[in-house]
Design a protein around this ligand. Sequence first.
Ligand SMILES: [Zn+2]
Length: 319
Amino acid sequence: MVVYDKGIRISGTRLHLDAQRVVEFSFVSHGHTDHLRSHRRILATAPTVRFHQLRGHRSEILQVEYHQPIEIEGMRVELLPSGHILGAAQIFIERRGESLLYTGDFKTRPAATCDGLEVRHADILVLECTYGRPEYRFASTEELLERLARFVQDCHRWGEVPLVLGYALGKAQEAVYWLNRLGERVYVWPEVAAICAVYREFGRDPGPYEVWSGGPVDEGVVVAPPHVLRTHAIWGLGSFRSILLSGWAVDRSAKYRFGVDEAIPFSDHADFDELLEFVRAVRPRKVFTIHGFEEFAAELRWRGYDAQPLEPGRDRWLL
Ligand SMILES: [Zn+2]
């Protein structure tokens, strides 16, 4: 049912799934820049279309809601929430009695600012496995939020500005939401503010914030993407302490790699256990893994699944 040719295409159709090169027609699972290209035509949810256009991409749009079944080249197609960021979708495809589920980026634990993942049984599962190694097991959301709260309180006590770093799209809005819940005054980098406005527009308001593009901050917390550490704006902030929100925080070297004072594995992706739990719930006959550790497919085979990684750069017919 799928062809892999530097990306996934549904065999016998023009529909690609998150194509990495410009194609005639692609499903776009979500608005992270590594998934956006100026394809001639895209299939996506309304928030993903907004992010696509915010990044300056121009395509013909086939916009659908979650759970709105449509017919494409003889297939029944439906988008389901993937729990990753606002508008992020899995695609569920049925054709001639066979079904396929492609996750895009996903996570199983609930998020505060986007719809939660939906599980649907499928014969074929194409699964992203970014954190598909057993060492990538994240603490509970409650515990991670406690660590974030402790970090912020310690900064206040020591007279340092807490600088919370995470992707501008998704992670930053979760941070703004939780910091507001902690009663903090929140400042955000302009790029984060632009995306918060889209969240608000789609009814997922992360809460109040003020825009910070440099200069001192007397009281409150700054939320920004990690690259802010390499800008001049950071010089005016005064004494600050940084914390990175990323699944890679599990690696002891992450702090040094990202040049931050602390890191906690607050992630928009499924951890190792969540990946396994998801595969169990989908009950697929065949699993293909993408974007992540290839060993995860072996891990699944060891657990009795028919699983294999999709190999970039090889044009192969599958099923
Ligand atoms: Zn993503």
